[in-house]
Design a protein around this ligand. Structure first.
Ligand code: GLU
Length: 446
């Protein structure tokens, strides 16, 4: 049976590189197995969810190369959750509780003070009809808790192997708030059941939810999917990533000029059995990512590694793949392709090409007034110029001056580009052209 997976972010912020991890694990799993990948927007928190964030999520996934086979929004499906809640109530698995957050907090402290685990004591289950009516008459509205079955909940996790959570160690989870709105727990199960999700692949911060949700699947008579809980990306110092880390948002990384392939590779190969290397093609990446080989240790990553991965991708990018982006940077016209060939090996990000285009086109203020420059100017060959011009010219200058190595090349570079570093001048010189080169060698801004 072809698997069905889903990625289920809440549209309450921009996706960051840590969210790209479950998105990709799911999308790659579907690709590898010829299955379906659904995007589910967990937007039951109406106050914090926005249409703009939902649109940004779809856009950022598309940038990574992920196009869902279907999109669903939990806010469209409330009637389904109401129906499921009614069934759980009828089966005695969903019960009203009236404690205020303050009361619960006091009770929790008391339990901790006595050295007891802070598990909800189920006092609401013991309320009689009359007591409930009295609470309702006081104006209290209930929230609704799922009555857990005692005993161990077990599953075979694709990443973590055999897993086991004691239901007795958990509080009966609140599924419905006082105002009738749903927490994430029940809608997720209803959606997974009704959309035929076969594999729930998500971060290990959901392990406890899984125990609860397995019981809910069973209570609703729905098949229990396979679960996989991957480790979370953390910074090198071990901190988790939050949506507030704006600079690591996919949006921010894209705007900074990173390649989606570099971001995707870092997001999923970190903390796997594979060396972290740039793999731009999602099918190739899918072939490398095996949930059974994801490590259980935190997946520490260093955002600086993105530069190295990105540079490796950029160095191999053919002109046709970057032509439009170069044009948007103002790099266009007949020389654009030769220019790309001359500079790409020096770039970490494609957008850095703009600075070298400015060097080629000028105006550049030459640096240095080296005596060598007059000799170099006198020996500047006639056009047409090509890939061999630089070599022929500098050999002639070397013969005339006796200078070689850095003493020869650095003053020429400083005069021609205004900089002490940069792409191979054999590639740049023909693009700069004789007229500009001559003026720069003469000390003019050109
Ligand atoms: N909205 C949940 C989250 O972002 C989904 C978790 C899940 O995959 O079930 O954490």
């Amino acid at each position: 049976m072809a698997p069905v997976v889903r990625f289920a972010p809440s549209p309450t912020g921009l996706l960051h590189i840590g969210n790209a991890r479950p998105a990709l694990f799911n999308a790659l799993y579907a690709r590898r197995a010829g299955g379906r990948f659904l995007l589910r927007l967990d937007d039951t928190d109406a106050a914090r969810s926005t249409a703009a964030f939902a649109a940004a999520i779809e856009e950022d996934l598309a940038w990574l190369g992920i196009v869902p086979d279907g999109v669903l929004r939990q806010s469209d499906r409330i009637a389904r959750y109401d129906a499921a809640a009614a069934r759980l109530r009828a089966a005695g698995r969903l019960y009203p509780a009236y404690e205020t957050p303050d009361e619960l907090e006091r009770r929790r402290r008391r339990q901790l003070g006595r050295g007891q685990p802070p598990v909800y004591d189920r006092s609401a289950l013991r309320l009689g009809e009359a007591e409930r009516a009295a609470l309702a008459a006081e104006g209290r509205r209930p929230h609704w808790r799922f009555r857990l079955d005692p005993g161990p909940v077990t599953w075979d996790d694709l990443v973590r192997g055999p897993c086991h959570v004691e239901a007795d160690s958990l509080s009966d989870p609140v599924l419905v708030r006082e105002d009738g709105s749903y927490l994430y727990t029940l809608p997720s199960v209803v959606d997974d059941a009704e959309t035929g999700v076969t594999h729930v692949i998500r971060g290990e911060d959901h392990v406890t939810n899984t125990a609860v949700q397995i019981q809910i699947f069973r209570a609703l008579g729905a098949p229990v999917p396979v679960f996989a809980h991957h480790n979370l990306l953390t910074t090198a110092s071990g901190e988790g990533l939050s949506k507030r880390l704006g600079h690591l948002s996919l949006r921010g990384l894209r705007e900074a000029g990173y390649e989606p392939g570099a971001v995707a590779s870092l997001a999923v190969l970190t903390g796997s059995a594979e060396a972290v290397r740039p793999v731009a093609d999602l099918d190739a990446l899918a072939g490398l990512v095996d949930l059974a080989h994801v490590s259980r240790a935190p997946a520490k990553f260093d955002a600086h590694d993105l530069d190295g991965l990105n540079a490796r991708l950029v160095h191999d990018l053919p002109f046709r793949d970057v032509a439009l982006r170069l044009a948007a940077l103002g790099v266009a016209g007949e020389a654009a392709e030769a220019f790309w060939g001359a500079v790409r090996a020096n770039l970490t990000r494609v957008n850095e090409a703009a600075a070298w285009w400015a060097v080629v086109r000028g105006p550049v203020t030459p640096v240095g007034g080296d005596a060598l420059l007059a000799q170099a100017l006198a020996r500047l060959p006639d056009e047409p110029w090509g890939p061999d011009t630089w070599k022929a010219w500098t050999e002639a200058v070397r013969a005339a001056t006796g200078l070689k190595g850095k003493a020869l090349f650095l003053p020429l570079r400083l005069a021609l580009t205004g900089l002490d570093h940069g792409p191979d001048l054999a590639g740049l010189l023909p693009l700069i052209g004789r007229e500009r080169a001559a003026r720069r060698l003469a000390g003019e801004t050109a």
